[in-house]
Design a protein around this ligand. Sequence first.
Ligand SMILES: Cc1ncc(COP(=O)(O)O)c(C=O)c1O
Length: 442
Amino acid sequence: MKIATQAIHVGQEPDPTTGATVPPIYATSTFTQEAPGKHKGYEYARGTNPTRDALARCLAALEGGAAGMSFASGLAATNALVCSLCRPGDSVVAFSDMYGGTYRLLERIFRPWGLEVRYCDDTRPDAIAGLVDDTTRIVWIETPTNPMLRLLDIAAVSQAVRAKAARTGTRPISRRGGSPMDHDFGMVLVVDNTFASPALQQPISLGADVVVHSTTKYLGGHSDVVGGAIVTAKAETMAPIKFFHNAAGGVSGPFDCFLTHRGVKTLAVRMKAHCENAMHVARWAASQRGFQKVIYPGLETHPDHELARRQMAGFGGMVTVVLPTFDQASRFMAATCVFSCAESLGGVESLVNHPAVMTHASIPKEVRERIGITDGLVRLSVGIEDKDDLVADLEQALRKECVWQVPKRQRVGPEWGAWASGPRRGGCGTWECSRGRLRYVA
Ligand SMILES: Cc1ncc(COP(=O)(O)O)c(C=O)c1O
């Protein structure tokens, strides 16, 4: 079955008791047993719940994995993964351009806990593999990355890090505590597939061991629910994660799972529309002088364009633009009407986000700037509204912003009368003062 069909049917079999075409939401915290230990496979809803299981089965199918699990958020999923697969003294190797919350989790929770984290700024597979040693349990990559939209070659990274891990071996867990989380998996390659979604890219088919999602984004798709998921290539990799899920909690509730699953059903059509609109926005933005830089994997100028063509079924719905300064970025964002200034991404509605102040504020400024997240950088989550409305909205916001690029001394007097002397070129076009009001000419 293809993804569009799986998204609608897996985990959505008609309810056996009533025939309901859409299975009910199992809003229950517990399950009545005929006698102690005699039950229908469900005991207590932190461990398992049919609505959650249905979603997890669907996500596993979409990613082409053997097992899936749903969590309360994307970070709850990442937390469960690291806790289940790592011990203090182990190391994680990560590509440095990543969601700020993942960086904060690694740096502020897991580093003090005893995990070593090594970051790679270089997209070349050998550079990432170069950081792998016998303590490495997880190699963590996002692709496309957030917010710089760099791409990593999943198949090549998988090969390179596996070859390195085979040479170095993996140090066995030193203190075995008789826990189901004591395992000898060695190193696993984890791909955060939130930005692409399985509709555009299936990392397991390219050699990843584990896929992580913030289902809050494209999978849920409507900005109305927070959730996370893990899908593993092999069922045994999920065993310690499943144990942790029940033992530590962080599970998703049945209403959230229902909403996410409902959103997933339209993933294939939504992603097509996101990609089409993002390409339209990116092409328009690339033609504007008001932006210093436009980053979109679908543009031929993008350094990873060829890889994107090969690895992805579409270029995604995220576009990053760079304005010269923080003030300009901030005024541009405040002036948009269809794009809401908000964190998050992947919903049907368009959002505009300032990573340095919003989603990536937890990354220290010097690290942010090394990655390229400058104060003028703005991330657009292009929704599925009419593409002409989206461009018109960005255009009017950019024009308003351009007005401020006019030297202050020329913005004097009521209605900026000093401008009446004739057309002037602003940062993104020509403006003139007509009847005391500024007007965009071309
Ligand atoms: C790429 C990526 N991964 C993980 C997360 C964390 O997900 P959540 O916010 O659902 O915890 C986010 C959140 O923005 C994200 O963008």
